[in-house]
Each structure stands twice: as C-alpha cells, then as structure tokens.
Design a protein around this ligand. Sequence first.
Ligand code: NAD
Length: 272
Amino acid sequence: MGKLSGKTALITGAARGLGRAYALHLASLGANIGVIDINLKSFEDFETEKVLLTADTVMDEVRALGVKSAGATADVSDPEQVNAAVKKINEALGDIDILVCNAGGGSGKMTDNVASELDLEQYHLIVERNLSGTIHTVMAVAPAMKAKKKGKIITVSSHVGQAATSTGSYAHYAIAKAGILHYTKLLAQDLGAYDINVNCISPGFIATGRMAQGFKAMGEEKFLAALALKRFGTPEDCAKVVEFLATDLSDYVTGSCIEVAGGSTCRLTLSL
Ligand SMILES: NC(=O)c1ccc[n+]([C@@H]2O[C@H](COP(=O)([O-])OP(=O)(O)OC[C@H]3O[C@@H](n4cnc5c(N)ncnc54)[C@H](O)[C@@H]3O)[C@@H](O)[C@H]2O)c1
C-alpha cells in the first residue's frame, strides 16, 4: 500500500518532461493517474525525451507500476476540450483527488519579448496556454472536489514569474506565470472552506531531456553561475515537492508557493 493508494491524480501536460516525472512519482506512491495533453506522444518531438520512455506512452509506463491510468487529448487553452477530457478521465478513473496543472511553457528566444516590445501574438498564446489553461482545468475539476469537501490542487509557476529577468525579456511567459501565482492565492481562499489545499510549485532551471539540450546550446556555465546550489534541478527534485503538496504532509499548507530553483531568486545579481 502506497500513501496515495486509492487516490486519483490528474496531471496536465504529462506526456513528457516534468509532468511525466510527476505522473511516475505519484504512481509509485499508489495513485491512479490521468494524463491530459495536447499530444499524448509529445515526447516524440525531442530525441532526448523519447529515449527516456520505457513504454509506448506515459500511461503505459504508469500501468507498469501496478496502478490504473487513462489519457485524454486536449488543448488546455480551450475550456470545452478540457471539460470533455476531464469527463473522459472521470469515466475511466473516478473523481480526481489531486490535480496538477502542469501544462504550459514559453515560446521564442529567452532574449526576446522584452516588456515594452512584446510580440502580441506570442503573448496571447502563452497567457492562454499557461494562465487560462490552469484556470480552465481548475474550473473543470473543482466542482467535484467541492462536493466531496476534499482535494489537493497544485499549480505550476516559474522562477521567472517571481523575479524579473535582468533585461525584462521573456515577459510574455513571466507575466503568465506570475498570474498563476496570484490565482493560486485567490483559489486557496475560495476553496479553503471545502478542505481543498491549493499550492504552487515554482521550478527554476530543471534539466528535463528537452531543457538539458537547451542549456547546453545556450552555455551551461552562465546558468550555473546564477544558482546557489551550482547544479541544474532534476525532474525528481520537483516531483518530491509535488509529493509533499499532494499528500497529508502538507495538510495545513495552502496559498503557498515552493520554489524548486536551487536559490536562483533569493539574491541580488550584483557580483561582489
Ligand atoms: N523545465 C523547466 O526548467 C521549467 C522551469 C520552470 C517552469 N516550468 C514549467 O513546468 C511545466 C512543464 O515544463 P516542461 O519543461 O516539462 O515542459 P515541456 O514543454 O517539456 O512539456 C510540456 C507538456 O505540456 C504539453 N502542452 C503544451 N501546451 C499544451 C496545451 N495547450 N494543452 C495541453 N498540453 C499542452 C506538451 O505537449 C508537453 O507534453 C510548464 O508549465 C513549464 O512552464 C518548467
């Protein structure tokens, strides 16, 4: 018996990367796992993600751990697609006890989209993917949690949603992630009376298969120099914090944000 046996966790954007790590970690604790992704085989987009897969899909990897799993395709930017996908997961796995709103990500170069010169097309796309996607998923899942008077909701921000990049770049993504952080606090107030905990995880530079490739291409040293711990985070570093937020270890924690960022946001960038 794992500490999440009998529970169902729904993770968006879990077809690769950090979402996949959350799916496998919560499954290893006994939870049944629902996966919603715009592409349930998105790992195929990156060779460095594809090599990590030990089965045809993440749902198959989860089943190999001895729990149930179901997948549904949806673009989280579209509330109707999200509602249909949640219904499909409910039919396969029952009510959702744990929701991880992980689907998201940025677009373009890290140096582009400075705050006064946003590409408006990218801005709307990224706000919809990250902030609206989180809101749509919560709105599809929260009614059943409220009826049960129990639940855990975990949202996903980023260290760039907490501290500004030094040139004001990547503002489209940073704004969306900052919005998720504030939405988390509002949601915690709204749902606290229903015994639903709502917390946020804020990853820093995490070396998923996809990102490890990017860090190498951009020069690893400059990223490592910005970190107190002098190493990139691993998906498992984040998954362990998701475990804390998904289990009874965090029963009196709500409206909080936990940075898993190796100390990237807690200091001045001035070198002395
Ligand atoms: N990896 C990092 O260093 C890092 C740092 C900070 C925050 N994050 C956040 O963590 C989350 C996961 O990051 P990752 O690096 O694993 O990303 P990733 O791009 O490797 O994986 C994202 C997954 O979400 C899916 N997805 C994308 N848009 C979607 C949409 N509109 N609807 C449904 N699914 C969609 C993709 O198909 C993919 O499977 C994201 O929210 C990201 O912003 C990651």
